[in-house]
Design a binder for this molecule. Structure first.
Ligand code: SF4
Ligand code: SF4
Length: 439
């Protein structure tokens, strides 16, 4: 464990400022004891902080054009990156797909001026051919104002087609390895939102040194991938533990009470870090008050304290008591109507066990709008054909449970909003194709 007196002092001052600003109750003595921790990122042999600063959510960061950086966005990125560095966070993450993010980090890290070797930079991209790969990486290096990238992840091995495109002979991953030999990239990995079997296939290619994946208390379906990565000494980076992991800053009353005395963010963070295979959690910190919330997951490397174990047991008990529990085994797939049955029924499990309605609505209404990033049709498309029924080891009445979940979670307003957003993204993509120089 690496300690920094400056980071502790800063942490205390930062917390006091935050608490005064937002009028929280007085600081508890235990809160000031947390200091940054570092873990080895698998075979990359790099030591990175267990908290990564995810760069997806800086102020106005998603508004095109990507190279135009409003003063407000730069100020926000400077403030957050400065605090992160002072707190000992040494790993920053972004992607070409996050609009302004690479450019913001480029400007801000130059301005703040940390020694290049004192932090690690991860970016991602999804070039589909070998030819596109070099040009994209060079563009990203220019945006980030860097000579090399510590970690480059092929962005979104989300299905078999994308896995094949990424690893084909002469394809993008092969070119990434060439760029690694040339010194532009130090380590190559991939990010994924794929079903488990695709993630396992990608890990078994032995082409990657790290993987960015989803794995949280409320989504444990990728445990086998975490374990395989551990066996292969592939570093594991957890994507969006607080948002996609359960909207943890806004827990249901049931979750809040069951996790007490831990916060939900603390419980989930400690749950993830209790797995020795997991190196780092990406926190999309974009406001100063997010630091104390997230740093409170740190536990001086003791992630199985009696307090944590008690909360864990209570959380498990809530789930085991529900009727119609789906074990998420995925034996029921494929569904001819392309309903992602285990994912729909996972939202039902969470509703029944923990009253997680906000999270369920947030994720459920992303169906039919996110393509390979979140595949599946709404449960209302079930034709009751019965194909899935004999395959379910739990003998669940799948259509009935699906219709019930749709009724409880479908939100027309959220769906329309998602559709409008996706339409805007498609128009922007089209314009970029036809207007040279538009970014
Ligand atoms: S019964 Fe419904 S969910 Fe099951 S396979 Fe048929 S359409 Fe899909
Ligand atoms: S087979 Fe049954 S238990 Fe398994 S994921 Fe499908 S519905 Fe759930």
């Amino acid at each position: 464990m690496i300690c920094s007196a400056a980071s502790i002092i800063f942490l205390v001052v930062g917390w006091l400022k935050t608490f005064m600003a937002i009028g929280w109750k007085p600081i508890e003595p235990k809160t000031i004891l947390f200091i940054m921790e570092y873990r080895r990122f698998g075979k990359t042999e790099e030591n990175i902080s267990v908290i990564t600063l995810g760069g997806m959510r800086f102020k106005n960061g998603w508004n095109p054009p990507r190279a135009h950086l409003p003063a407000e966005s730069v100020r926000n990125c400077i403030e957050i990156t400065r605090q992160a560095l002072e707190l000992g966070i040494n790993h920053f993450e972004t992607a070409h797909g996050y609009m302004k993010s690479e450019n913001l980090y480029g400007v801000v890290l130059k301005e703040l001026g940390p020694a290049r070797e004192s932090f690690k930079m991860m970016t991602k991209g999804a070039p589909m051919t070998g030819e596109e790969t070099r040009a994209l990486v060079e563009e990203q290096l220019t945006s980030l104002k860097m000579d090399y990238l510590d970690f480059y992840g092929w962005h979104g091995i989300n299905n078999e087609e994308r896995l094949k495109a990424a690893v084909k002979p002469g394809g993008p991953v092969e070119i990434l390895h060439r760029l690694r030999e040339e010194g532009l990239i130090r380590h190559i990995g991939f990010s994924t939102h794929a079903p488990l079997d695709i993630i396992l296939q990608a890990l078994n290619t032995d082409l990657f040194s790290f993987v960015n994946l989803h794995y949280y208390y409320f989504f444990q379906r990728n445990l086998a991938a975490v374990r395989l990565a551990g066996e292969k000494d592939i570093g594991v980076f957890i994507i969006s533990p607080n948002e996609k992991g359960g909207l943890l800053w806004n827990p249901s009353q049931k979750v809040e009470e069951t996790c007490h005395p831990l916060t939900t963010i603390e419980f989930n963070g400690k749950f993830c870090l209790s797995h020795p295979e997991i190196t780092t959690l990406s926190m999309g910190i974009h406001e100063p008050e997010h630091f104390p919330q997230n740093l409170s997951i740190l536990n001086r490397e003791d992630y199985s304290s009696p307090e944590f174990r008690e909360v864990h047991a209570r959380m498990d008990a809530s789930l085991s008591e529900i009727s119609g529990l789906c074990t998420l085994c995925a034996e029921c797939l494929p569904c001819p109507e392309e309903i992602n049955i285990p994912e729909v029924l996972r939202f039902r499990n969470l509703l029944e066990a923990y009253s997680m309605e906000d999270y369920g609505k947030f994720r459920y209404n992303m169906f039919e709008g996110e393509g390979h990033w979140f595949p599946g049709n709404f449960a209302s498309k079930c034709t009751e054909c019965g194909d899935c029924l004999p395959r379910c080891p739990e003998k669940l009445e799948i259509p009935k449970l699906l219709f019930d979940t749709h009724k409880r979670l479908f939100d027309r307003k959220a769906w329309v909003k998602n559709q409008l957003y996706l339409m805007a993204v498609s128009i922007a993509r089209l314009l970029r194709k036809f207007i040279p120089g538009l970014t």
